[in-house]
Design a protein around this ligand. Structure first.
Ligand code: FAD
Ligand code: DLZ
Ligand code: SF4
Length: 509
């Protein structure tokens, strides 16, 4: 029976059981399609990275003697949608069965189920064999609960998968969570390592993308492309991170600096999300390093929590809340993303540096995404969906299942607090504590009102004043609510006016 197996651009796992045996009756297909490049405006490096990694994967499979069809972006027969291309291929190769792996994105899941119903041949969906959890495992754990607690999910995962557990069933080190209470700012020491990622020249592929007239933004950096593009490169990258950088991760996780974009972060998200790396091997490599006394329990636990905890939890949250999640807008925010989100031209240093770095590298670390871009967006009242499209386009690791819950849930509180127990917002005080962005900024970090006052300061207080109905009963916001109750009414009016003017003038701040 002739079988056609679809491999999506984020399903590049050569260890998937599909590839364990060779079979003449099985054809694999990968396709570069405008349906996928154009659903939002993408960063050039995201398109380039996915195409280059898909092409590399094709060559790995071909070398192993699998039969692979590859529809390139400029191929004449390419109809630029999965369904149209697949229907064509079913006819062309007289296919009797269609097989695919569970897509991680709701949209594609629907698309492929629809296709299976439309055609008369057999079809079967296979697990992607990537995650620790199945799609609904997290939601099953929280049935009937108003607030989901990541920490209880994380502990259950540690027990279930026997990660950092003693033989008596207790967590290693007798604590579940060694979260660094005092995250440090970075003042130049310890030195940040040279960028150890591989360098690729993908100028020719970039020419093909331009010939196909794919719209994109950001720096393509095609001749010096820095992201791991296959499993071998990804493993080497991970190894270096665990061996040299991870020890500093916990202390400096929240630190930001004008001159250092990577700090002590792993930059494994692209390799993980495209499934070149498996979360299980990342967790066991870190655990092994701890067991051989190369890492402290604090360091190992803190990083493992990101993978087995946050990443899986976020995915479970996505599947539990789709398709409604995309339209959540708890505060009814309506402002479109300002133009300077696309070119970095703002007088606010923190946003200027973070956005320009994102345009250059298709990367910003968690705190830059959450406490600079997300913080500003929530305080200014940007429309959550328009912001979601920006995040989905700009970061190389952005796939809807992970980006959307982080943006709408964690960062914008658009779900009314199901994912985050309080909004992640701050004044300039936090930004100044964790970074050197405020040095030399056009705005003054200490002022709330006036021409030079830092926008975060009035927008912060204005946000709690304007949304007091939704937020005044939140026990985690007791202090801020009391501060507003005790505030001089004249100051409240000044803050409201200052914030109103800033929002009116948002394109020029
Ligand atoms: P590190 O800081 O080194 O962390 C290690 C790994 O932990 C990450 O690679 C990631 O796999 C995992 N992790 C840590 N936090 C999270 C989290 N909150 N959600 C899921 N995984 C997590 N992550 C994405 O992979 N894709 C996205 O599109 C994405 N969009 C985001 C949007 C917003 C608004 C926010 C606040 C966060 C977003 N994140 C996203 C989560 C996080 O910022 C990135 O995973 C991280 O910055 C990737 O860089 P890194 O590999 O250097 O991570
Ligand atoms: C993001 C992306 C892009 C830009 N292009 C393609 C493509 O041409 N072909 C493909 O198979 N996948 C692509 N992807 C990834 C998908 O859009 C999608 O995000 C994931 O497969 C869903 O999990
Ligand atoms: Fe950002 Fe305000 Fe600091 Fe300027 S002063 S960098 S706008 S926090």
């Amino acid at each position: 029976m002739k079988i056609l197996r679809l491999i999506l651009g984020d399903q590049l796992n050569p260890n998937h059981s599909w590839f364990k045996k060779l079979d003449d009756e099985i054809l694999y297909v990968l396709m570069e399609v405008k349906q996928e490049t154009n659903y939002v405006l993408h960063h050039a490096q995201k398109i380039l990275g996915i195409f280059a990694a898909m092409r590399d994967f094709k060559s790995v499979l071909t070398k192993e003697n699998h039969q692979v069809i590859y529809l390139g972006i400029n191929e004449k027969s390419n109809l630029h949608s999965f369904k149209a291309n697949l229907k064509n291929l079913f006819d062309q190769y007289n296919v009797q069965k269609f097989e695919y792996q569970e897509p991680d994105e709701y949209r594609l899941d629907q698309d492929l189920m629809e296709l299976c119903n439309e055609v008369s041949i057999q079809s079967e969906c296979f697990p992607s064999e990537h995650f620790f959890t199945h799609r609904f495992e997290v939601s099953e754990m929280f049935v009937g609960k108003k607030q989901w607690l990541m920490e209880s999910f994380y502990r259950a995962m540690r027990k279930k998968h026997c990660v950092l557990m003693s033989e008596d069933g207790k967590p290693v080190g007798l604590k579940w969570n060694f979260d660094h209470e005092n995250r440090k700012a970075w003042k130049g020491e310890p030195k940040v390592f040279e960028d150890h990622r591989p360098i690729h020249d993908h100028s020719e592929l970039w020419d093909e993308i331009t010939t196909a007239r794919i719209k994109s933004f950001g720096n393509h950096n095609a001749s010096q492309f820095r992201w791991p593009l296959n499993r071998k490169e990804a493993l080497k990258h991970l190894d270096f991170f665990i061996g040299h950088i991870l020890i500093y991760f916990g202390d400096y996780q929240d630190a930001m600096h004008k001159d250092e974009t990577r700090m002590f972060h792993s930059l494994i998200s692209f390799a993980l999300n495209t499934k070149m790396l498996s979360p299980k091997e990342v967790v066991s490599a870190v655990e092994k390093s701890y067991l051989s006394n190369q890492l402290s329990i604090n360091t190992a636990e803190g990083f493992i929590r990101q993978i087995i905890g946050w990443r899986e939890y976020i995915r479970g949250y996505y599947w539990a809340h789709m398709p409604a999640l995309g339209d959540q807008n708890y505060f009814n925010h309506q402002l479109p993303v300002p133009n300077w989100f696309w070119n970095g031209q703002t007088k606010m240093n923190c946003l200027k540096y973070t956005i320009n770095q994102s345009l250059d590298e298709a990367y910003a670390h968690h705190i830059q995404r959450l406490m600079i871009v997300g913080n500003f967006s929530l305080l200014a009242g940007l429309h959550p969906k328009s912001l979601h499209e920006w995040y989905l386009g700009i970061y190389i690791d952005a796939f809807e299942w992970v980006e959307m819950p982080n943006t709408l849930g964690m960062s914008q509180f658009a779900d009314g607090g199901k994912l985050a127990s309080k909004p992640y917002v701050s004044t300039a005080n936090y930004i100044n504590k964790m970074s050197n962005y405020c040095e030399g900024c056009y705005y003054s970090k200490n002022e709330r009102v006036g021409d030079k006052a830092c926008p975060f300061n009035s927008l912060y207080w204005n946000f709690f004043i304007a949304n007091s109905q939704q937020l005044s009963k939140n026990p985690r916001l007791a202090i801020v609510n009391k501060q507003i109750r005790d505030m001089d009414p004249n100051l409240i009016e000044d803050i409201k006016l200052q914030a109103k003017n800033l929002i009116k003038n948002i394109e020029n701040i």
